[in-house]
Design a protein around this ligand. Structure first.
Ligand SMILES: CC(C)(COP(=O)(O)OP(=O)(O)OC[C@H]1O[C@@H](n2cnc3c(N)ncnc32)[C@H](O)[C@@H]1OP(=O)(O)O)[C@@H](O)C(=O)NCCC(=O)NCCS
Length: 157
């Protein structure tokens, strides 16, 4: 159950545990896309979910320093035995709440075109997926981009 996992802010020390599971959780080599700098410099906006078996999920994300209204999720992963229980949604919505408090008006993310699970997951969370964005990350590295507007809470009367 997603509720049985505890969420906490990430720390730079979490990098070792996260990088150790990346290729297994994604089912292909992706570790080079999450270098250590993300945990060293964006730990405070990232989150780790833990349960009795240890690392249950994580979200690596930040509020864009260059586009202050944009909150960006770089990586989200959930341990295979914990999938489809709402844990990733919980991680995303907790980040969305913090993004709103920061004044962000939209969230963005990207995924590889073959990652159909990620595309369906993001669409379920209210993201709009782009068409294939050719050479997004350089020659031969096309991506799907996601965008979701963040509605602001109504002001108190
Ligand atoms: C994508 C991933 C993070 C989803 O985690 P999860 O905890 O299983 O997702 P949730 O249980 O919170 O699901 C949220 C919604 O997305 C849907 N969803 C989740 N995975 C899905 C999939 N593979 N295909 C279709 N829909 C999916 C769920 O049904 C749910 O919708 P609902 O609430 O309307 O029923 C997880 O499958 C994963 O870690 N995959 C490998 C890593 C990856 O590809 N990450 C994304 C790119 S960075």
């Amino acid at each position: 159950m997603a509720d049985s996992a505890t969420l906490r802010p990430a720390s730079p020390e979490d990098y070792k545990a996260i990088v150790a599971v990346l290729d297994d959780w994604w089912g292909r080599p992706v570790a080079s896309s999450l270098p250590r700098l993300f945990l060293d410099h964006f730990w405070s906006t990232s989150r780790v979910a833990e349960d009795e078996r240890g690392l249950a999920g994580f979200l690596v994300a930040f509020f864009s320093p260059s586009q202050p209204r944009v909150a960006y999720v770089h990586f989200i992963g959930v341990r295979p035995d914990q999938r489809r229980s709402g844990l990733a949604r919980r991680l995303y919505e907790e980040f969305a709440d913090r993004a709103r408090q920061q004044g962000c008006t939209e969230m963005r993310a990207i995924t590889a075109p073959g990652n159909t699970g990620s595309i369906r997951f993001h669409e379920n969370l209210g993201f709009t997926a782009s068409e294939l964005t050719v050479d997004y990350n350089g020659p031969g590295r096309s991506m799907i981009t996601f965008r979701r507007l963040l509605e602001q809470a109504a002001a108190a009367p």
